[in-house]
Write a protein that binds this ligand. Structure first.
Ligand SMILES: *[C@@H]1O[C@H](CO)[C@@H](O)[C@H](O)[C@H]1NC(C)=O
Ligand SMILES: *[C@@H]1O[C@H](CO)[C@@H](O)[C@H](O)[C@H]1NC(C)=O
Length: 208
């Protein structure tokens, strides 16, 4: 077979493997999970309620050190998103609250529903792009970039985000360094922070 024929065969096989064969694949969290997501719930047992999510209703209380309350509608909480490449989250901020520096595997688009926040991201060249948003304003955070939101108003604030992945992950920079199992000396080495500063942060997260 010459190269052209091989190429045509390859393209055919590749197109087959990406063919969409199901209208939906509501995740069944009781079945094993692979890199592409959950296995599908039996379509015969899928109902309208599978496609319906009420987790964003109601008020939020703010108790954590960052002054936020984040409600994720990722595929774990909303299994109908499985395989659809889309998810959402609700961000609530107390006065002075923040969503600290974090990243996802995906891009994110945010709309401010209440209050006034600064939203921004930092690119791989350490350039920061940030803006004060009014209700109704939209900001996009490109794929995998470190980003943050700060409530700069005198009241609570609420924003909703959508991410182009069903399970985009939420990796917070500060807790990743101080709330986990990384030894103090390694944190000092990879951040250039002093021993005292690392210990202060670890105490704040209850890991020292
Ligand atoms: C977020 O708000 C809900 C509803 O008030 C509350 O049950 C939950 O504990 C809060 N989460 C945090 C982390 O404060
Ligand atoms: C990176 O940032 C520096 C300093 O702000 C700037 O001079 C340079 O043009 C930037 N490079 C890119 C690729 O954006």
């Amino acid at each position: 077979m010459n190269n052209l024929k091989l190429f045509v065969v390859f393209c055919f096989l590749a197109s087959l493997s990406h063919a969409i064969e199901l209208d939906f694949c509501v995740g069944d969290p009781s079945l094993p999970r692979g890199p592409e997501g959950y296995a599908c719930k039996d379509p015969a047992s899928v109902t309208t309620d599978d496609f319906f999510y009420t987790g964003f209703r109601g008020e939020r209380t703010i108790t954590n050190v960052f002054g936020n309350n984040v409600t994720l509608a990722f595929s774990d909480a909303f299994p109908a998103l499985n395989g659809l490449g889309i998810s959402m989250a609700r961000l609530d901020f107390g006065v002075g609250g923040v969503i600290p520096l974090h990243s996802h595997r995906t891009s994110e688009v945010l709309i401010l529903a209440k209050g006034s926040i600064i939203a921004g991201f930092i690119d791989a060249n350490n350039t920061a792009y940030y803006k004060r948003l009014q209700v109704g304003d939209v900001m996009v955070f490109p794929q995998a970039m470190l980003h943050f939101q700060i409530n700069v108003g005198r009241t609570a604030a609420t924003a909703f985000v959508s991410l182009n992945g069903a399970n985009p992950a939420l990796q917070l920079t500060t807790p990743s360094l101080f709330a986990g199992n990384l030894p103090v000396d390694i944190v000092e080495q990879i951040t250039l922070l002093s021993h005292e500063e690392v210990m202060r942060m670890k105490r704040m997260f209850g890991t020292a």
